[in-house]
Design a binder for this molecule. Structure first.
Ligand SMILES: Nc1ncnc2c1ncn2[C@@H]1O[C@H](COP(=O)(O)OP(=O)(O)OP(=O)(O)O)[C@@H](O)[C@H]1O
Length: 273
């Protein structure tokens, strides 16, 4: 269940992944799912993209098949390949093919990392054809009802090096996810880390201070995930400052000057011990 849909939920579902919505992302996703449209999730690392897809897949009653993109990923890694098994050559479906057959949601995480020739295999799945070319088998596989493609993309750090080709991008409905507003992020950090609201609020305050730094030399800012990790350290007995040093400051940079400056910021923002 999506947290801000509580009022309309017919029945509470304890198995549902916890996702605190920030805007109308769930409504857009539902409409895209009904229309069979592919979705592009944009947002910084650790802002809740994966959790959002998990929550939506659960709500829609679809299986979720996740593939982590990497630069050596080939189209065979997505589609499948012939493998030798006990002296016989057998075809083994890749995760995308399994999702197409099963009518599942296929989540390609950080798809920009993959080579362009790999990304192109998704094109016929994202337009009216809704089919996957299985070149090695000499057939095209129509997508089962319910199949939906979701890809994620981190515009912040990837745009410098890589970008999604326009011809790929324009096939998708885009949903932008940012870091949640402070109150919501505090609830998320408290719940996920198992800490009290005041401690979670202090971590979120620091997160927002790092995010607001002018002319920051950081490649990425403090993510919700990072704040949760700091919270987990606190939940397991570390002091708040020790946790912030280990899970935030040292993780964000290796540069001694930047580490020192972040440490000073943490000292200024966190409540006195
Ligand atoms: N809106 C949210 N509701 C509930 N939990 C959240 C939310 N946003 C972030 N989280 C928490 O933060 C963690 C990191 O989020 P998630 O893995 O979904 O990030 P992501 O955007 O997919 O990151 P990446 O781009 O690195 O894959 C989740 O495991 C969850 O605990």
């Amino acid at each position: 269940m999506l947290a801000n849909d509580r009022a309309t939920a017919v029945q509470a579902d304890s198995q549902a992944p916890f996702y605190e919505a920030a805007g109308d992302e769930a409504a857009v996703f539902r409409a895209a799912a009904r229309g069979g449209l592919p979705v592009l999730l944009k947002g910084p690392t650790g802002c809740g993209k994966t959790r959002f897809v998990q929550a939506m897949a659960h709500e829609l009653g679809r299986e979720l098949i996740t593939v982590a993109g990497h630069e050596d990923m080939t189209s065979a890694d997505l589609v499948g390949r012939f493998l030798l098994k006990g002296g016989e050559t057998v075809w083994v479906d890749g995760p995308l093919t399994r999702a197409v057959r099963a009518g599942a949601i296929c989540y390609l995480d950080e798809v920009v990392e993959a080579r362009q020739d790999t990304v192109v295999v998704i094109h016929p799945l994202t337009d009216h054809r809704r089919e996957l070319a299985l070149d090695r088998l000499g057939t095209a596989l129509p997508a089962a009802p319910g199949f939906q493609l979701v890809i994620s993309y981190n515009p912040g750090y990837q745009s410098v090096l890589k970008n999604i080709k326009e011809s790929t991008r324009q096939r998708f409905v885009a949903i932008e996810l940012g870091f949640p507003p402070a109150e919501a992020e505090t609830r998320i950090v408290a719940r996920e880390a198992g800490i009290d609201a005041a401690t979670a609020g202090a971590l979120v305050g620091l997160g927002n201070a790092v995010r607001g730094l002018d002319g920051s030399p950081l490649r990425e800012v403090a993510s919700t995930r990072m704040l949760i990790l700091a919270g987990v350290l606190v939940a397991h007995g570390l002091s708040l400052r020790g946790a912030v040093q280990a899970a935030v400051v040292q993780v964000l940079s290796d540069d001694p000057d930047v580490v020192r400056a972040l440490g000073e910021l943490a000292d200024a923002v966190l409540p006195r011990p």
